[in-house]
Design a binder for this molecule. Structure first.
Ligand code: SF4
Ligand code: SF4
Length: 297
């Protein structure tokens, strides 16, 4: 099928768990694609910047919801807020005065409304940061969610939206998303409206199980899935079983397998993707996988 020149394709690279080679593969694809914007949506443990060192151009706060703060100079210590907070988020650290525990505060605003002397401020909650950077393989949008902050799904949506905006503005044809691991809310946020999922798995029973869960999710979004088996030669029987699993599912394509290769670790240490680091068997395998995926987009 001929590609529309104006359409931006969005490819999301996912795996059932961390450490399967997802980020190395995303970085390799960005080197092979001529015109990509990268979106690192693994906002709880972003690591694309380790293989694609960024020059940060813009830095923004990620604000989501509100948090309450008690002003001790106004508080009369009546205790109403503590009794009424359904989340047990108001402590008495010194046994008398009251203070909001920011980790437990859900930002519901009940205490703010009930405080008889307006001693409680209700301010935007800064949950993290997001950045626009330049890398050697194109622009990258990436983010960092602060410890104990929630709403990573909302941050994933923001990172993708910004990456698409840059792709439009710069006339780039591809948004490459390094997705979060697992199948939770951030993964759903990374798939909504995407054009394809690249599923990276390892040849093991748990790898097959995770793969099937992600395929079930992709089918709910009606997007094609391209499966890659990393370190396929660690267990060739399981690798074959994965290939057979894919053959029996509509919309799922077996894109290829990548051998175990110590060059991948050396590439990571050199802050390079495998295809940029060496021209061996791993590079060749990844190139074939990318050509197959891009030809079907
Ligand atoms: S309701 Fe207001 S005045 Fe009463 S303890 Fe809480 S902050 Fe202090
Ligand atoms: S905003 Fe809601 S959750 Fe937070 S301290 Fe007040 S009552 Fe508790």
């Amino acid at each position: 099928m001929a590609k529309s020149k104006d359409k931006i394709r969005e490819i999301v690279v996912l795996s059932g768990k961390g450490g399967t080679g997802k980020t190395s593969l995303t970085a390799s694809f960005s080197a092979l694609a001529s015109s990509a914007v990268l979106a690192d949506c693994d906002v709880d443990a972003a690591d694309l910047h380790l293989v694609l060192p960024p020059t940060v151009l813009e830095k923004h706060e990620f604000i989501s919801g509100y948090e309450a703060t008690i002003d001790p100079s106004i508080c009369t210590r009546c205790g109403i807020c503590q009794r009424q907070c359904a989340f047990e988020a108001i402590d008495q650290p010194d046994g008398t005065g009251y203070a909001v525990n920011p980790v437990r505060c859900e930002g519901c605003g009940v205490c703010v409304r009930l405080c008889p002397v307006q001693a409680i401020a209700f301010t935007d909650r800064v949950c993290g940061q997001w950045m626009v950077s330049q890398t050697r393989n194109g622009p990258m949008v990436h983010a960092h969610l602060y410890a104990a902050a929630e709403n990573s799904g909302k941050l994933v949506t923001l990172v993708r939206k910004e990456a698409r905006r840059i792709a439009h503005a710069e006339g780039r044809s591809l948004v490459l998303v390094d997705g979060p691991p697992g199948i939770g809310c951030p993964v759903i946020a990374s798939l909504t409206g995407a054009d394809a999922m690249v599923l990276v798995t390892e040849p093991s029973l748990s790898g097959r199980h995770d793969m099937k869960r992600l395929i079930t999710l992709a089918r709910q979004f009606a997007i094609p899935v391209f499966v890659c088996v990393n370190k396929f030669d660690v267990d060739e029987q399981q690798s074959k079983a994965i290939e057979l699993d894919c053959a029996g599912i509509e919309g799922v394509h077996y894109a290829g397998s990548i051998p175990y290769d110590e060059q991948v670790v050396k590439a990571q240490i050199a802050a390079l993707s495998p295809v940029e680091f060496s021209q061996g068997k791993t590079s060749e395998a990844i190139k074939h996988i990318w050509e197959l995926i891009w030809s079907r987009m």
